[in-house]
Write a protein that binds this ligand. Structure first.
Ligand code: MEV
Length: 326
C-alpha cells in the first residue's frame, strides 16, 4: 500500500554546550531551531525511462544538489548515492521507484544539523508514503544509519534533538545513548549568525580525534570540565537562570577555541554579540566555520542588525517553555 505523495518536515538544531565533547561521552545540550528541511516522496513516473532506476533524490531551494540516482550516473554528491543505497537495502523493491524531493529553509554546511534534519525528514516521509507506522525508536535507528553515512561516527545528538523536537540533555553510552527532554521555565531567544561553510562534521570529528591523541591529558580535562558545565547549564535552564547559562556559553567558547575549533570570524561575532549585551555567545556544532549563537534577553534585534551590518547572514530563533516542534 502506497499513497500518491507524502510530505514531512524536520527542524535543524543548535548545541548550547558539549559539541565534540559529546563524542567522548560528555553530556551535551541541544535545541531545535525555527529552520528545517521539507521532504516529499512520490513515485517516479512509471511510463518514463526513470521507472525502476530509483530511488532518486532531487534537491531544490537551498538543497541545490541536482538529481542523484542510485542506479544511474548522476550529478549529485557520492554521499547521497550511499544514502540511496541504504534506503534501497532497507526498503527493498518499494524503494526502486521512489522520488525524494528535498527543500526547506535550512541550507547544508552551516553546523545547524541539516543532515540530521534531512535524514529524519526522509524517513518520516517514506513511512507516510508506504503507509506504515513509525516509532521514534525505529526512526532513530534509520536516522543513525543515514547520519553515519553523512558524518562517519556521529554521537547521535543531532538526530536525537531533531526527532525529539524539544531541548535535550544528551549523553552517549557505548553503542547507545540516553537523553532527557528539558522543560524550560523561560523562553530562550538566540541570534544565529552564519560565518561561512565548514569543512564537514566528519573531518572536524576526525581532526579533533587526532589532536586529542597528541594532547590526551589536556583534551580529557577540558572534556571533563565541559561535562560538568553541561550539568550546571541543565539546572540553570530548568530554573530560568539565563545569565548563568550565558556565562557558561562564554566559558565553553573559550574551551572550544583552546580545542582549535574556533576561527577569526567566530571570535569576531562572539565579541560583537557580547559588546551589544548578549548573555553569552559561542560557536555551535562542528566549528571551523558554520554558525555562532548568541543568547539574548531583549537585545536580539540589535544583535541581529549588528551581525548583518558586519556582513553575516543571521536570524533569530526561539524555544518557549514546553514548546513542541513536531
Ligand atoms: C555536530 O553537530 C556535533 C559534533 O559533536 C559531532 C557529533 O556529536 O556527532 C561535532
Amino acid at each position: 500500500m502506497r499513497t500518491d505523495i507524502a510530505f514531512s518536515y524536520a527542524p535543524g538544531k543548535v548545541i548550547l554546550i558539549g559539541e565534540h565533547a559529546v563524542v567522548y561521552g560528555a553530556t551535551a545540550i541541544a535545541m531545535p531551531i525555527d529552520m528545517g528541511v521539507r521532504v516529499a516522496v512520490s513515485r517516479l513516473d512509471e511510463h518514463s525511462d526513470l521507472a525502476g532506476v530509483g530511488p532518486m533524490i532531487r534537491g531544490v531551494g537551498p538543497f541545490f544538489m541536482g538529481d542523484t540516482f542510485l542506479h544511474q550516473e548522476s550529478s549529485g554528491p557520492k554521499v547521497l548515492t550511499h544514502a540511496l543505497g541504504y534506503l534501497a537495502q532497507a526498503f527493498g523493491e518499494q524503494a526502486l521507484d521512489m522520488a525524494i524531493v528535498v527543500d526547506g529553509s535550512l541550507a547544508p554546511g552551516r553546523g545547524l544539523g541539516s543532515s540530521a534534519a534531512l535524514s529524519v525528514a526522509i524517513i518520516r516521509a517514506i513511512y507516510r508514503y508506504i503507509q506504515q507506522p513509525l516509532s521514534d525508536c525505529l526512526l532513530a535507528s534509520h536516522a543513525s544509519a543515514l547520519e553515519t553515512i553523512f558524518h562517519g561516527q556521529p554521537s547521535g545528538i543531532d538526530h536525537a534533538v531533531v526527532i525529539n523536537g524539544e531541548p535535550i540533555a544528551f549523553r552517549r553510552k557505548a553503542q547507545t545513548a540516553e537523553y532527557r527532554t528539558l522543560k524550560l521555565s523561560s523562553e530562550l531567544k538566540l541570534v544565529v549568525g552564519f560565518v561561512g561553510p565548514h569543512d564537514g562534521t566528519k573531518n572536524a570529528v576526525k581532526e579533533f580525534a587526532e589532536r586529542k591523541k597528541r594532547q590526551e591529558k589536556a583534551y580529557s580535562r577540558i572534556i571533563s570540565n565541559l561535562d560538568d558545565m553541561a550539568a550546571d547549564m541543565e539546572e540553570a535552564l530548568l530554573n530560568g537562570r539565563l545569565a548563568f547559562v550565558g556565562e557558561l556559553m562564554n566559558i565553553a567558547q573559550g574551551y572550544l577555541n583552546a580545542l582549535s575549533l574556533s576561527t577569526l570570524a567566530i571570535e569576531h561575532l562572539c565579541a560583537l554579540a557580547r559588546e551589544r549585551g548578549a548573555l553569552g555567545a559561542k560557536l555551535t556544532g562542528a566549528g571551523g566555520g558554520g554558525a555562532v549563537i548568541a543568547l539574548c534577553d531583549g537585545c536580539e534585534t540589535e544583535i541581529l542588525s549588528a551581525f548583518r551590518a558586519a556582513g553575516f547572514e543571521s536570524f533569530i530563533t526561539s524555544v518557549s517553555a514546553g514548546r513542541h516542534h513536531a
